[in-house]
Design a protein. Structure first.
Length: 309
């Protein structure tokens, strides 16, 4: 039981048809819900921290909570920086003891993305830390999926191969049609599986990462709305598409929005039904249970990762 890098987990996942879940964490209840689920499912686990999470909870608290989770469960866990925007935040996380960092240079031109990614790879590797980079831009819901938009923003397979070769990065996040948040598609859901297969065939040894992979299950949106929420028009990626992606080189699947919805639905329900209660444990406890159930469902039914640890 330790903080581990993603090297071994990805090597195994790459050889099989499952992916490792990478779940965003912001507080104790979220961490506890996720690790209890991974423990029950005997699945590999990545906990990831965004810049926003670092700001909200402070790095020292998150680190200590993850260390506590390892002590409590006996799991091996990878601690990952999600969407590091520059060298400095990656360096801080490496120095803090993270085992994996993402440098997200996707907003930069190709050569600049290579330059900053390489800088992070050199520093991280010298400290035994692995690096995820991103090439291509995740779709926004406003982008629809017109062919010109796709070729302008989705990951180009040849560029992906050159990028990996020149940066020495350990894993690569690609853009094939997903986007962050609860509103992913204006029309029918569409992922570019031909592009994914082309990328995977050019760089078969590179673990690929799917961001924006929440499926935004109707049941949870409806529950939020039933108890006073107003989340109109939310639409995620169909579960079957995520499972299909795990068969073509996707080794890491990023999930945040679904956890937020599961927790919020439960908290809303509790407070609506028990308006006289004001003990945070009374509503955060069920929220934690909802996270646990959601993560178990993901690991077992969407990522096919049950029993792979
Ligand atoms: O990719 C974004 C993640 O969902 C993190 O979101 O920046 O609000 O923490 P956040
Ligand atoms: P979702 O918003 O689909 O959960 O994606 C999360 C993510 O990609 C974190 O990096
Ligand atoms: Zn992301």
């Amino acid at each position: 039981m330790a903080l581990v890098t993603t090297k071994e987990m990805f090597a195994k996942a790459l050889k099989s048809d499952y992916a490792v879940g990478a779940f965003n964490v912001n507080n104790m209840e979220i961490i506890q819900g996720i690790v209890e689920a991974a423990q029950l499912e005997k699945a590999p686990l990545i906990l990831q921290v965004s810049a926003g999470a670092r700001k909200y909870a402070k790095p020292a608290y998150l680190l200590k909570l993850v260390e506590a989770a390892i002590l409590d469960t006996g799991l091996d866990i990878a601690l990952h920086l999600d969407h590091g925007e520059d060298f400095e935040i990656c360096r801080k996380c490496v120095d803090d003891g993270f085992t994996s960092v993402m440098i997200d240079g996707s907003k930069h031109p190709f050569e600049e993305n290579i330059r900053i990614t390489k800088e992070v790879v050199d520093y991280a590797h010298a400290h035994g830390v692995v690096v995820e980079a991103e090439l291509g831009k995740l779709a926004g819901v406003e982008d629809d999926v017109k062919v010109d938009v796709r070729s302008a923003t989705f990951t180009d397979p040849d560029e992906a191969a050159e990028f990996v070769e020149r940066t020495g990065v350990d894993s690569l996040a690609i853009a094939i049609g997903t986007s962050h948040g609860a509103y992913k598609f204006k029309g029918d859901p569409y992922l570019d599986f031909e592009r994914l297969k082309a990328i995977h065939s050019l760089i078969p040894d590179t673990p690929l990462v799917l961001h924006g992979a929440s499926t935004v299950l109707r049941e949870f949106v409806d529950k939020c709305n039933q108890y006073g929420g107003n989340i109109p028009g939310a639409q995620g990626v169909p579960e079957g598409m995520i499972t299909e992606a795990t068969k073509h080189g996707i080794c890491k699947v990023n999930i945040d929005t679904d956890l937020r919805l599961a927790l919020t639905a439960e908290v809303r329900k509790f407070l609506a039904e028990s308006p006289a209660e004001f003990d945070p444990r009374k509503y955060l406890g069920p929220g934690r249970d909802a996270i646990k159930a959601m993560v178990q469902h993901k690991i077992r039914n969407v990522l096919n990762a049950s029993g792979t640890m």
